[in-house]
Design a protein around this ligand. Structure first.
Ligand code: SF4
Ligand code: SF4
Length: 212
């Protein structure tokens, strides 16, 4: 990871210095090791704050929506999942490919920051080793699907097992059971809209839920 981290910083500094991009999106360390967050560098010097470590789980692609109405050229680091988010934005005409310089990283899987926080809280001590996030355990696309340059060894996707067993369980329910299932799930929703904010497919300018 250190090697990839250094390469990301080098590439970002080079692109910003040569004015090939106006800003470069990656991650920076938060207060605690597992609190990594998105970071936008605008000068070569700022590239030194970038990190790539076990907790770079946030998908950066929907950060591009902040720039959809501008002209800036944007550098961005992507794992497999971020790269698929970019494909979605391109398909939805939210940004053009010419405005992007994409640095792909073959992803080793990311740890779950919520489990790390729980571990750290004293409420529920788990093993010292924080596990991979659930979404990474069965990742079918750890390698970027779109990029201008790529870092790291290509990973073998995990294609074993039944991927849609939960969907099949749902399909096997009667309509009433299915209704009860969703009613139970949605009964816990407090309408904070965090799910909308992180979803790359939620890119409508006016959201239907803002008016309801
Ligand atoms: S393992 Fe897959 S889902 Fe997990 S962060 Fe990497 S690319 Fe994304
Ligand atoms: S993240 Fe989405 S589903 Fe969860 S409480 Fe917030 S609005 Fe509801």
């Amino acid at each position: 990871m250190t090697d990839i981290n250094n390469k990301i910083r080098e590439i970002a500094a080079r692109l910003l210095k040569d004015k090939q991009v106006d800003l470069f999106m990656a991650w920076e360390k938060g207060e605690l090791d597992y609190q990594v967050k998105p970071y936008f560098a605008r000068t070569p010097e700022e590239a030194d704050r970038m990190v790539f470590n076990d907790y770079c789980i946030q998908n950066l692609s929907n950060g591009l929506l902040k720039f959809r109405d501008g002209q800036e050229k944007i550098g961005i680091v992507v794992k497999g999942c971020d790269s698929r988010g970019i494909v979605r934005l391109l398909e939805d005409n939210q940004i053009t490919r010419e405005r992007l310089y994409i640095v792909g990283v073959c992803c080793p899987g990311m740890k779950d920051p919520l489990k790390a926080a729980l571990n750290d809280s004293g409420f529920k001590k788990q093993s010292k080793d924080v596990p991979l996030a659930d979404k990474c355990l069965k990742c079918r696309q750890p390698n970027p699907v779109i990029y201008d340059e790529i870092l790291g060894q290509e990973r073998v996707p995990d294609v074993a097992g039944e991927r849609f067993s939960l969907v099949r369980d749902l399909e096997n329910k009667t309509p009433d059971e299915r209704y009860a299932f969703f009613e139970d799930i949605l009964s816990r929703c407090i309408r904070c809209y965090a799910c909308r904010q992180v979803c790359v497919a939620c890119n409508c300018r006016t959201c239907i839920f803002d008016d309801t």
